[in-house]
Design a protein around this ligand. Structure first.
Ligand code: FEO
Length: 393
């Protein structure tokens, strides 16, 4: 499949409707994804990125229907992660001497992953290549989201090829942002930001500022996953600026895991207490073992506070909560409040462990937490409600 973006740019990527997990099994992708690759045709022909390894041969076969591979003057590898570079080996077998333009880190990482001594051309921010009628300008974007990441900008068509930034794991055959379901699109863009880009938020405003300082017109943003932003492309840039600024909504999320429903009973009572505080407060409740981890993380991203509960088992917390908090710690959310709760029957360590893990993950823990001995009775349920109510106060 290929699709015309402008008279000189053609999408030559792969739509992956089946993808349900990414980064191994770390990230859920309920709506699939796309691996966007672009062919620029001018006096020089340029290929930007490729596709993920399992689609390498399909990708090369499909590309060959669009252009004689020998007519590709150079390849730009904006990022070495294999969802973009995975088809390079199959492609380079066919055109082994073709230069690959990439950042210094890009060359290092591609060599370490592919073990090939390809013809790397190292570029840095501000470097330009004259393609004939148009120019390609390179903009390094380290830590958005890998040390090697890079953008490039095509003059004339005023296209920013932003690689992972501004992307979404969202399969679509129509490719343009104005043609897809807008609620799904923004939800997937936010999930992608929350789960992938949050640790690198401090780099986002700097990169936006740097691009603005280039003082070039922007008509289209072509990321490497999901839609092409041709209708008001600044909308996703503005959302990134907002999301990078310790984003939160008027939301509190309650997350728990439970063995015999006592911690669940606490969670439900806490929700009742939260409901007394603010009629406009959005409250969400998740059973961690029954819910998608990455969807919960997106809700944490949106929240100003979270309450996390676990029963005590074998002197520690339940494994789904432990896994979730480990991932949340790596993401490094800032400016969010938290508290812990949980039931116990023997030793009762879970609340203290949760409290410490929430602190370690960077949350502002507002109290020492709430423990319930075995099944909460009416008095304990009332205390849970009070606990929820006082959390916001
Ligand atoms: Fe889409 Fe960082 O790879």
């Amino acid at each position: 499949m290929n699709m015309k973006i402008t008279d000189s740019v053609t999408w030559v990527g792969k739509v992956d409707w089946e993808l349900r997990h990414f980064h191994g099994y770390e990230l859920s992708t309920h709506r699939g994804s796309t691996y966007n690759s672009y062919l620029i045709r001018d006096k020089k022909n340029v290929l930007i990125d490729t596709a993920w390894t399992p689609f390498a041969h399909e990708y090369v076969d499909s590309l060959e229907k669009v252009i004689d591979l020998k007519d590709i003057d150079f390849i730009v590898a904006n990022h070495s992660e294999v969802d973009h570079s995975g088809a390079l080996a199959a492609l380079m077998k066919r055109i082994p001497d073709t230069p690959i333009y990439c950042s210094k880190n890009g060359a290092k990482m591609l060599k370490a992953q592919m073990h090939k001594d390809w013809n790397f051309e190292i570029v840095k921010t501000g470097d330009k290549v004259n393609l004939g009628d148009k120019e390609l300008i390179f903009i390094e974007a380290p830590m958005l989201h890998w040390p090697d990441s890079m953008f490039c900008y095509l003059t004339g068509d005023n296209i920013l090829f932003s690689n992972d930034a501004f992307g979404q794991h969202y399969a679509t055959e129509v490719l343009f942002n104005d043609l897809v379901d807008q609620c799904e699109l923004i939800a997937e863009a936010m999930k992608y930001y929350a789960n992938i880009l949050t640790p690198f938020s401090k780099f986002v405003p700097k990169k936006i500022e740097e691009f603005v300082e280039l003082n070039v017109p922007l008509d289209i943003i072509c990321p490497s996953h999901g839609v092409i932003w041709r209708d008001n492309p600044m909308q996703i840039v503005e959302l990134y600026a907002k999301w990078a600024d310790n984003y939160q909504e008027n939301q509190v999320t309650v997350i728990y895991d439970t063995m015999w429903n006592s911690t669940k009973k606490m969670a439900e009572a806490i929700v009742q207490g939260l409901k007394r505080t603010d009629s406009t407060l959005k409250i969400k409740l998740f059973h961690a073992a029954k819910s998608d981890k990455n969807d919960i993380i997106t809700e944490i991203f949106k929240s100003k506070g979270i309450l996390v509960g676990s029963s005590t088992v074998n002197r520690t917390i339940l494994s789904h909560i432990a896994g979730l908090l480990e991932e949340v710690k790596g993401l490094g959310f800032k400016g969010k409040k938290a508290a812990a709760f949980g039931s116990y029957g023997w030793s009762g360590e879970s609340v203290d462990i949760l409290t410490q893990r929430l602190k370690d993950a960077g949350f502002d823990v507002v109290n020492d937490g709430l423990k319930a001995y075995w099944n909460p009775d009416g008095e304990m349920v009332a205390r849970c409600e009070e606990f929820g109510e006082s959390f916001l106060k």
